[in-house]
Design a protein around this ligand. Sequence first.
Ligand code: G3H
Ligand code: 13P
Ligand code: ZN
Length: 331
Amino acid sequence: MAVSYKDLGLVNTKELFKKATEGKYAIPAFNFNNMEQMQAIVQACVETKSPVILQVSGGARKYANQTLLRYMAQGAVEYAKELGYNIPIVLHLDHGDTFELCQSCIEYGFSSVMIDGSHHSYEENVALTRKVVEYAHKYDVTVEGELGVLAGIEDDVVAEHHTYTQPEEVQDFVSKTGVDSLAISIGTSHGANKFKPEQCTRNAEGILIPPPLRFDILEAIEKKIPGFPIVLHGSSSVPQQYVKTINDNGGKLKDTIGIPEDELRRASKSAVCKINIDSDGRLAMTASIRENFIQHPEWFDPRQYLGPAREELKKLYAHKTVNVLGSAGKA
Ligand code: G3H
Ligand code: 13P
Ligand code: ZN
């Protein structure tokens, strides 16, 4: 049953991160769990000639099914070629919480896994991450570890406050574990509810600006482990037009502000070479579907509302690769 990602046409993150660090851009890691999301990601990344990380959480894997995912990832590679450009595609486990889950993903064709031991003690995080790295590297699968805790929701785990990554720990963690990349906490958070308006200040144009990310911590980390690939989670920008469309069409989202794209542009030019985006895709898809449900109450063929939702997603992903992460044209 076990399959190597290499037989599916996928790649690991090694080469991609090396080029992204040297070229001062970031690879998009877009979460998916269904066909339309996968199609939109591949279409956008082929059109903009961007490498891409197809990212699946443990919950998404349960939702989609492990066997289907293996064929979907293989399908994504073939689909990209059919669309006319053979972009590098990684299949990555997002927030793996156990050794067994990472092992199973590797057996089912993942080319990269994250082991998120950030909720454990430092020593336990090191031991768990080391164990996953030893296993994964036997199969040439790359591993992302995490130090520091982001506020917000990661699968079922909720953290109220950030615990910023301590720059003094990163060198020891990287050398003891052998990880290929490191996710850090510098003020981003998971989910659509990142900052409340009252936490923000207005700029000259009247736009709400959240508290800035801790670029000082990022810089201190870069000094400790020069050139080492850094990952930013919780990097959705929560486009306000989607929040408005959702709420104008019967939705009930709270007022919420995401990570400004300017900050992501700045991060992409640093050692940050992977940027995780999930919530923005959820918002785009929901906004489009809600709008169409109100405008076309007679529709009942899922293709009628999933087709436009897929188009909206594609626009969003292309915008990220071209205008935010700088990965367009790098495939
Ligand atoms: O960081 C978490 C990702 O957005 C995945 O979310 O566990 O609901 O699939 P999920
Ligand atoms: P967002 O919720 O900001 O999209 O973050 C996604 C993420 O970090 C997935 O690991
Ligand atoms: Zn995350």
